[in-house]
Design a protein around this ligand. Structure first.
Ligand SMILES: N[C@@H](CCC(=O)N[C@@H](CS)C(=O)NCC(=O)O)C(=O)O
Length: 219
């Protein structure tokens, strides 16, 4: 049995952060499908059994149940030393970017994509405009940073890259961004990540059915 079991589903970029890291680090893992779209994470029994925070990813490892992608990435990197920040300064730097990712980068972008493509109802345009402004701000900051460095912490990929890249490989039809023209440094960084051994598209790595995005027609 693989050492790691990841509770996840195909549309979850937060789960993809951990899955992609494990794939590129060459770790043996297996997915446990969570039927998020029908409300599994809101089920009190699921919360009691798997994660009281009501979120994926959840990683089962060493008899523990770990949650929060950033904390999981740090835990895995410290345990395996694969793509780990090397020094104390690098650890601080990785944490800084992981927190920025969770608060500003992934959160607005992922919510914007979800409402645009997968929410049951058409989203409120004012909410979408707000989220897009916030997502654009965070994308601009990461894009600017990546004009100076091949990967987030320097010449080599680390867990900070896997955290920030979690939603960058989903199709344009879902989020509406063509990074090659809108955010060139982010685009070239994603190409560098794509070239890593073990890289896989989220829909090839994670379990669950692919859902046609509502936004496809207007992408
Ligand atoms: N900060 C968390 C975010 C996790 C998260 O938002 N997961 C989503 C799926 S991508 C989820 O399970 N949401 C459930 C909900 O909000 O009801 C992490 O990085 O793990």
């Amino acid at each position: 049995m693989p050492a790691y079991r990841l509770h996840c589903f195909a549309q979850s970029g937060n789960a993809y952060k951990v899955a992609l890291y494990m794939s590129c680090a060459g770790l043996e893992w297996e997915p446990v499908f969570v039927d998020y779209m029908t409300g599994a994470t809101r089920d009190p029994a699921w919360r009691a059994r798997v994660n009281p925070m009501g979120e994926v990813p959840v990683l089962e490892a060493d008899g523990k149940r770990l949650t929060q992608s950033g904390a999981i990435l740090l835990w895995l990197a410290e345990k395996t030393r694969k793509m780990a920040p090397g020094t104390e300064d690098e650890r601080y730097e990785a944490l800084r970017w992981i927190l920025f990712d969770n608060h500003k980068f992934t959160s607005y972008f992922a919510t914007y994509r979800f409402l645009r493509s997968f929410a049951p109802q058409e989203p409120d345009p004012a909410v979408m405009a707000f989220l897009k402004t916030r997502a654009d701000g965070a994308l601009g900051i990461v894009n600017e940073h990546l004009t100076k460095t091949p990967f987030v912490l320097g010449p080599e990929p680390t867990i900070a890259d896997f955290s920030l890249a979690g939603y960058m490989f989903f199709p344009e039809a879902e989020h509406g961004y063509d990074f090659e023209t809108s955010h060139r440094s982010i685009f070239t960084w994603t190409q560098r990540l794509k070239a890593l051994p073990g890289w896989k598209d989220p829909y090839d790595l994670l379990p669950g059915e692919r859902i046609a995005p509502r936004g496809a027609a207007r992408a």
